[in-house]
Design a protein around this ligand. Structure first.
Ligand code: PGA
Length: 249
């Protein structure tokens, strides 16, 4: 895993945007799976700023949705598709037909999850997974416990995720209790994973992700054995330099 420690959130976002822009230069038809949540918003804004002057070409990009609440239509104000559309797709002028949804409103959500996995397999896997780190160690909505080979599926959110997401939706009682999530298996197999971690609130889970045992109880800990991971954290998220960085200094 490559660890990059940035001074603060703006420089983290800039470094992440550099990495994504470089990928789009060499592979304009890349397949990206894209996180919602607060952490990647600076990256998305930064990319959108480069889109204006034509520094990034998104015309051939394929986007896969990372997670969605069960039962919500795309137009529901709480839908993660809507979040992704406002934060990522529209600023980067990516039309819906370039996106593979995780449809929370499907007649058979389990079947929709199987179809999603087939779609990503047909596409040859993700080139880049842009991920945040849940306070409980989840990736997407792969809630603990999640095995490293877990498929895309319907999950029940842990009380911790419900609490954490309540801030977006104006109270815990408004947060749906179930969700669809892209599975661990394909996420971990992505050609490149970009994990973004910001703020003191992530310190403890970040330490467990990097240095704890690999366990389904901390799904992000399986990143330790993923083929290629770049983790960009700000100083607030790092309790102390990890041993590998300290050794190099
Ligand atoms: P955050 O969410 O980026 O809003 O902290 C991360 C997550 O829960 O996966």
């Amino acid at each position: 895993m490559d660890l990059v420690v940035e001074r603060d959130y703006p420089t983290l976002s800039q470094a992440a945007a550099d990495l994504v822009a470089d990928l789009l230069t060499v592979k304009p038809d890349a397949r990206l799976v894209v996180a919602t949540g607060e952490t990647p918003l600076g990256l998305y804004r930064n990319l959108a700023d480069r889109k204006g002057p034509g520094e990034v070409d998104t015309s051939r990009l394929r986007v896969f949705q990372l997670d969605e609440y069960l039962g919500l239509t795309v137009d529901d104000s709480r839908s993660l598709y809507r979040w992704m559309r406002e934060a990522f797709l529209e600023p980067l002028a990516i039309p819906d037909h370039q996106v593979t949804r995780l449809p929370g409103d499907a007649a058979s959500p389990s079947e929709a999850c199987r179809e999603y996995d087939q779609a990503i397999e047909r596409a040859g896997g993700y080139d880049l997974a842009i991920l945040g780190l849940g306070p409980n160690g989840h990736l997407g909505f792969n809630e603990p416990p999640s095995d490293a080979d877990a498929p895309t599926r319907v999950v029940t959110l842990t009380p911790e995720s419900v609490r954490s997401n309540a801030r977006y939706w104006g109270g815990e009682d408004r947060v749906p209790r179930q969700a669809l999530t892209a599975g661990m298996k394909h996420l971990l197999a992505a050609r490149h994973i970009l994990l973004l971690v910001s703020g003191q609130g992530k310190r403890e889970i970040l330490a467990r992700t990097l240095e704890g045992p690999m366990t389904p109880e901390v799904p992000a800990s399986f990143l330790q054995r993923a083929p290629r991971v770049t983790m960009i954290a700000d100083r607030d998220a790092m309790a102390a330099p990890p041993l590998s960085v300290a050794d190099e200094a």
